[in-house]
Design a protein around this ligand. Sequence first.
Ligand code: RAM
Length: 349
Amino acid sequence: MLGKSRAGLRTLASLAAASLLLAAGCSSGTTAPAASGAASSPAATANLTMTFLPKNLGNAYFDTSFKGVQTAVAAIGGTVTQVGPAKGDDPAGQVSYINTAAQQQVGALLVSANDKSAICDALKEAMTAGVKVVTFDSDTTPDCRNLFVNQATAEGIAKVQVDMIASQIGDAGEVAILSASANATNQNAWIDMMKKEFAASHPNIKLVDTVYGNDDDQTSFDKTAALLQSHPNLKGIISPTTVGISAAARYLSTSKAKGKVALTGLGTPNQMRKFVEDGTVTEFALWNPEELGALAAHAAAALAKGEITGKEGDKFKAGDKEYTVGADATVLLGEPYRFNKENIANFNF
Ligand code: RAM
């Protein structure tokens, strides 16, 4: 099992170490570029100004990712600015920030795509203007970016959530999904895989509904209430979004469904801690968003310096760890990790 495996233990150590890094913190939105040395090599003249564009602002998950970006960019000697739409279902809002980044001729754009294709043309124009485009967390189609930094495989992220809900409801009964926005590339990929996993290995679990809280706290809260009303036999909810799962937990924690309807999915330990402690939630999963942001920034710098192009087998360093570009210009951070009452106190993100 993931949580008990060697890989799981390694992940635990690195997640905890990154939590300490986070506690040390990094306060400013931009960092000063290093003084230029010998300006002859492409690496020395590389444009290391970056724009960080999450799905939306005000999401703790992306705030933590940005901390990792800031720390990495400071170490690299670049600058980074965060921009983004207020709402979590606004790919058109993302497009306007992409256009601005292209006009500003930043060296690299780090983006979590809120739609697989709606932001593609803008990203292609940015690449034509010389901007290196790195998707992280949520991808576009491969032709619209130079590299995708993936937190874990879609299969792995789907399986951990299906395994958790199956064990929490005795592998039988009705379940529903509370997702982010309807077009989010990452959640949709995971939902497809979860459906396959249910069909292949859990014949007695029935997925009765999928609803969308748009990574908005209140919408997610209301959708949880509506799910419980329209499915009186519901045994469990999977929310593959940090915004969704924390809003659903808040709803369940004061409802009579607490302890009767299981809730799992992807959450941050800091947002979920009180719901694990009060018994609303038994176990959920995630990766470290700070490590994901740092890896995306290092990948962007390697592209901007011309050290890699994004072809399979390209290697680059993030801190003291080396990563290799895989198929479809994708770099993998690791595996999801499970959080429960035994270990949640060890994490601070
Ligand atoms: C939300 C966002 C993000 C996703 C996490 C799990 O914060 O939708 O894209 O990766 O949840």
